[in-house]
Design a binder for this molecule. Structure first.
Ligand code: PLP
Length: 360
């Protein structure tokens, strides 16, 4: 069986051992005579899966007891609305740092709910960098500061987080579980699962418990964080299969040596690619400025459109899939999430070097 070298931005690569295990268990999960997908979400077998996913995520990310872990649906995009609906009230201002079109979208949704303020932005410079922490200007009466820890499209990443007097909220969709972070610093973290956590369908929210008091009872039930917190995310039918896959991915992370070991490997993978770009005499150029480069999404351009097309076609023939950049940035993007192994990056670098040689 030939597997692709998968550099998709999301949904993206999953560990082979996880897929195999899911395949093995597909028809008869733990002698139940049925698939996880066919289990009642109220059964003890499913409950154990649900619990395991929450417990393992807490352990791997070192989530303190002050924070709750919730499983929702609707993707990170629904969080763009739920964050302000739950946490932005009359007389308060939602503060946003603009670093990519995802943060732009988050701001757009918040504007529909209440007052907002752009605390910093790199939009004018095509989001090539993360604004300096010292340049962040909070508004008065800030309800929170929203950042996007990793910018999937621009290929930039926060390598240091701001210490702010208000609640720090992060969209971590494309770098959750890729590096060690201090969860305590954050009032709320959210992430769609389909990059580092599993398949699409489940969204993880980590929320500091005292914030739950801010959610008004007049909110629709399914849009209120309290509903999920009070029911262990079992108020209605959760995305059971996606949560099962999440539990398998988390077990895999643990087997790899936890987040610390994963981070080390991610840094090595990224260094391999950025070195190749930097040593190409300007043939490949990174979109992101050096201090802001992402370890997850490596964005780069070639000298012209024609070469980019040729590069992408030949890469595909070599089994290197998903390398086209987002249309707003152009060029190429290699998404090297946790499940993309070092060997895949070596194959890509080898291809990039040969391609350059052949066309020069
Ligand atoms: C940083 C970031 N935020 C939000 C989203 C939107 O996520 P979803 O498709 O889960 O709504 C994405 C998707 O790629 C993303 O990369």
């Amino acid at each position: 069986m030939k597997r692709a070298y998968n550099f998709n931005a999301g949904p993206s690569s999953l560990p082979l051992s996880v897929l195999k295990r899911a395949q093995e268990e597909l028809l008869n999960f733990q002698n139940t005579g049925m698939s996880v997908m066919e289990l009642s979400h109220r059964s003890k077998e499913y409950d154990a899966v649900h619990n395991r996913a929450q417990t393992l995520l807490r352990k791997l990310m070192n989530v303190p007891e002050t924070h709750d872990i919730l499983f929702l649906q609707g993707g990170a995009s629904l969080q763009f609305s739920m964050v302000p609906m739950n946490l932005l009230h009359e007389g308060e201002v939602g503060n946003y740092v603009l670093t990519d079109s995802w943060s732009d979208k988050a701001l757009k949704e918040a504007k529909k709910v209440g007052k907002t303020h752009v605390a910093a932005s790199s939009k004018e410079d095509r989001y090539k960098y993360i604004p300096k922490i010292d340049d962040i200007r909070l508004s008065d009466h800030a309800a929170y500061l929203h950042i996007t820890s990793n910018n999937t499209i621009a290929g930039t990443q926060w390598h240091e987080f701001p210490n702010v007097v208000t609640n720090l909220i992060a969209d971590m969709s494309s770098d959750i579980l890729s590096r060690e972070i201090d969860v305590e610093k954050f009032a709320l973290i959210y992430a769609g699962a389909q990059k580092n956590l599993g398949p699409s369908g489940v969204t993880v929210v980590i929320i500091r418990k005292d914030l739950l008091e801010k959610s008004s009872d007049s909110l629709p039930t399914m849009l209120n964080y309290k509903t999920y917190s009070e029911s262990r995310s079992l108020y209605n039918t959760p995305p059971t299969f996606a949560i099962y896959m999440l539990s398998l991915v988390l077990e895999w992370v643990e087997e790899q040596g936890g987040v610390k070991a994963i981070e080390k490997r991610n840094r090595e993978k990224a260094a391999l690619l950025y070195n190749c770009i930097d040593e190409s005499d300007g043939f490949y150029r990174a979109h992101a400025e050096k201090g802001s480069r992402s370890f997850m999404n490596v964005t780069f351009t070639l000298p012209n459109e024609e070469l980019t097309k040729k590069f992408l076609t030949e890469a595909k023939e070599r089994g290197l899939i998903g390398l086209a950049g987002h249309r707003s940035v152009g060029g190429c993007r290699a998404s090297i999430y946790n499940a993309v192994d070092y060997e895949a990056c070596e194959v890509l670098v080898d291809f990039m070097q040969k391609f350059k040689k052949n066309v020069s």
